[in-house]
Every structure is written in C-alpha cells, then in structure tokens.
Design a protein around this ligand. Structure first.
Ligand code: BTN
Length: 225
C-alpha cells in the first residue's frame, strides 16, 4: 500500500492517540489498527473496535481551524464516494455520521490539539454482528460478502487528498445533496431547537427550516423522526 507515512498495528488503544504521538515527528501520518482496545467516538462515546472494521486516523500538522471545519465535510464525502464504488448508497447524518438506511455504517471524529488535527474514520466493513442496543450495520451485512479493508483504506485516503485540493463550494454542494432527510432537535444557547434539516451553509451553519445555527455550538443533533 502506498500511503505516505503509513503506520499499521495489529492492536492499539486508539489510532487517534497514536496519530497525535507520531505528529511530533511527521507532518502527515496515517495510522491503521486491526482492532482497538479504547476506540473512541464523539461526545466521549466508546467505539466498538473488533476485528473486521476499518480503524484509521489521518493526522495533519500545523493546520488552522478553517481546515478542520472543511475536513468535517470533506471526510463524509470521501467515505460516501468510496461506498458508491462498492454499490452502497449511504447518506450523511449531520454533521458526519454515515448511515445506510436507518443504521450507522461509519463514524467520523475530528480532534484538534494545538494546531495538530487528527481525522478518525471508523467504517464497519466485515463485521457480521453488533450488540443489539447499537443500531449499526456493515458492508458485509449490506452486501453479504467480505471486502478488502486495506483497499478501502487506500481509496478513502486517495479520495480525501483529491477533495482537500478541490473547490470547497463544489464539495459542500455535493454534501448537501446527500444528507439524510430528517427532523432534528438540538440545544443551542440554552434553547431547544427543532426543524427539518436543509443543509450546511458555507459559514458552517446548520440550516434548518426554522433558521441557521453555528454548527460548532451544537453538541449533539438528535433525530426525532
Ligand atoms: C463517532 O461516530 O462517534 C465517531 C467514531 C470514530 C471512530 C474512529 S475509528 C478510528 C479512530 N480511532 C478512534 O479511537 N476513533 C476513531
């Protein structure tokens, strides 16, 4: 595999931590583990990281906040595009969960320390079951066959590199066309906001039927339909 500065492990606590560690010596790193002991999701959630999934963190050194905001949109599109190569039509659940019908197929986490940015992608590939309380699916469960995890990792990385250099307006338009239609609610400045999701604006606001709200002040967007 020809990923620049690729570090592969059988097992890690979290690929996110390893990427931050390696960024001390590299400008860009890709960390992949076959499984993780302390995989983490957004909002302090645990990310189940058994063998069969893709657990990849891509670290970038010395980036500004604008880069991280764009990465949030770009990473979802990179995953959606690659899923299409395998004839899987998924959707984005704002801000960056990837859903197949009503089940989660991929989770994306962006963490920032000083000016180091680490993008974590957890894609369910060959897992055949999940705990009942988790509404998740995998490429295996959708297509009834196994996939090459490294090939998918390489494709996502290549696509990400292309999209980082592409016209962001175009990427955002693409993103807005692939949002899972839903009625949502979230807390904003102490108020409970509800509305139908229309998209994300160029200023990184969530656009609802009821108004626009800066995405970085919203902790969790809950679907109510
Ligand atoms: C979420 O949906 O809450 C985000 C999940 C992100 C999981 C990925 S797997 C690779 C990277 N390493 C981690 O520990 N977490 C992210």
């Amino acid at each position: 595999m020809s990923l620049k500065n690729l570090f592969e492990f059988d097992i890690l606590d979290s690929t996110q931590d390893k990427a931050f560690e390696l960024l001390k010596n590299y400008n860009e790193v890709v960390v992949i583990a076959q499984r993780m002991l302390k995989g983490r999701g957004r909002y302090g959630n645990k990310w189940i990281s058994d063998i069969g999934g893709l657990y990849m963190s891509i670290g970038f050194k010395d980036k500004d906040i604008e880069f991280s905001k764009r990465l949030l949109i770009i990473s979802s599109i990179a995953v959606l595009d690659i899923l299409k190569d395998y004839e899987i039509e998924a959707k984005v659940k704002i801000p960056n969960d990837i859903y197949y019908q009503d089940k989660k197929l991929c989770g994306i986490l962006i963490e920032i320390k000083d000016r180091d940015v680490v993008l974590g992608i957890g894609l369910n590939i060959n897992q055949s079951h999940f705990p009942l309380e988790i509404k998740a699916t995998s490429m295996f469960l959708i297509k009834n066959k196994n996939f090459n995890i490294k090939e998918i990792a390489q494709k996502i990385y290549n696509k990400l590199k292309i999209l980082i250099n592409a016209d962001f307006k175009f990427v955002l338009e693409n993103y807005n066309k692939q949002i899972k239609a839903s009625l949502v609610e979230f807390e904003y400045n102490g108020n409970l906001i509800k509305g139908e999701i229309l998209g994300i604006s160029e200023n990184f606001e969530i656009v609802l039927s009821s108004g626009k709200f800066d995405m970085f002040y919203i902790r969790e967007v809950k679907e109510i339909l």
